[in-house]
Ligand binder design. Structure first.
Ligand code: HEC
Length: 275
């Protein structure tokens, strides 16, 4: 129940943020000629901010009870966010005392604090790659010759990019749902909460094979329903790679002797663009 309430944190948290930004703006306006009238309104905004901020902090703690987030980012977001909640209370006290200069300075500091805490929060929900450039991939514009293709290491050239495109938003450095990271070979070998990805699961599948081959409506299907899905060619490449059982070993495509169908699927897989 408490964890369920925690799900409302990302929604509710925008309320005190909105109030505080508005307050910053109004306090600035209140300093201008004729702005004194705003003081009553500002007092009221600050009063509303207190319960909004404190409940956001509380829900944030609920949400982090069972964290699937990168620990360092969560640490900073949790404590800077809590600090911002406490700062709102202090703002109220300072303002009630009539220390307006100290109050305005503290408000400015609180807004900066909020920006930094919010940045870490954004990294938790969107992943740290949210604002970074797309990863490099094999140039797909010109048709790649079979010679070039066959000389490529299978895992790093054909498999890791699929994980990058379809999985690491939830299984990466920032978020590791199910305790699983797929952002590099080492993590892929490590597996998730249920152990090795390559351990046998239902229907003569590996654990990862089971998740990706379930029908899309199934709740255990990966990527989850509604998220960008690999094309059928990409899925065929993944399954062919799993069947080879060479995992993340640096074997070339030639060594795995792909048939013409797989070669074609690999070409289509490289050409496909996610989203
Ligand atoms: C939108 C988020 C999201 C995306 C994208 C996603 N997953 Fe997941 N995945 C999850 C969640 C959430 C769980 C954990 C479910 C649980 O713990 O009950 C999970 C669990 C798993 C597990 C089980 C881990 C374990 O040890 O129990 C595997 C395997 C997996 N995902 C593979 C993948 C693969 C492969 C992709 C990309 C093709 C992918 N996932 C994309 C959200 C995602």
């Amino acid at each position: 129940m408490i964890e369920y309430l925690g799900k409302f944190h990302p929604l509710i948290v925008h309320l005190p943020i909105g109030f505080l930004v508005l307050l910053g703006l109004f306090e600035w306006l209140a300093l201008r000629p004729g702005g004194r009238r705003l003081r009553v309104a500002n007092r009221l905004i600050l009063l509303f901010t207190i319960p909004a901020a404190l409940s956001s902090v509380l829900l944030g703690w609920f949400m982090a009870i069972n964290p699937h987030y990168e620990a360092r980012t969560l640490f900073w977001h949790r404590w800077l966010g809590t600090l911002a909640g406490v700062a709102v209370l202090l703002l109220w006290i300072i303002r009630q005392r009539g220390w307006f200069t100290a109050y305005r300075r503290s408000l400015f500091v609180t807004l900066i604090l909020l920006g930094v805490a919010g940045h870490f929060g954004g990294s938790l929900t969107h992943g740290s790659g949210f604002l970074s450039w797309p990863k490099k991939r094999l140039p797909a514009a010109a048709p790649v010759s079979s010679e070039v293709l066959l000389a490529q290491p299978v895992y790093s050239t054909f498999i890791q990019p699929l994980f990058n495109d379809y999985c690491i938003s939830c299984h990466g450095e920032t978020k590791s749902k199910g305790g699983l990271r797929l952002d590099n070979a080492e993590q892929v070998l490590k597996g998730g909460d249920s152990g090795s990805l390559f351990a046998p699961a239902e229907g003569a599948q590996t654990l990862i094979g089971w998740h990706i081959n379930l029908p899309e409506g199934d709740e255990d299907h990966m990527p989850p329903d509604g998220k960008p899905q690999p094309s059928s060619a990409q899925l065929a490449v993944l399954n062919w790679w799993l069947k080879s059982n060479r995992q993340t070993q640096p074997v070339t495509l030639r060594e795995l002797e792909p048939g013409p169908e797989i070669l074609q699927a690999i070409r289509a897989s490289i050409a496909a663009n996610p989203k």
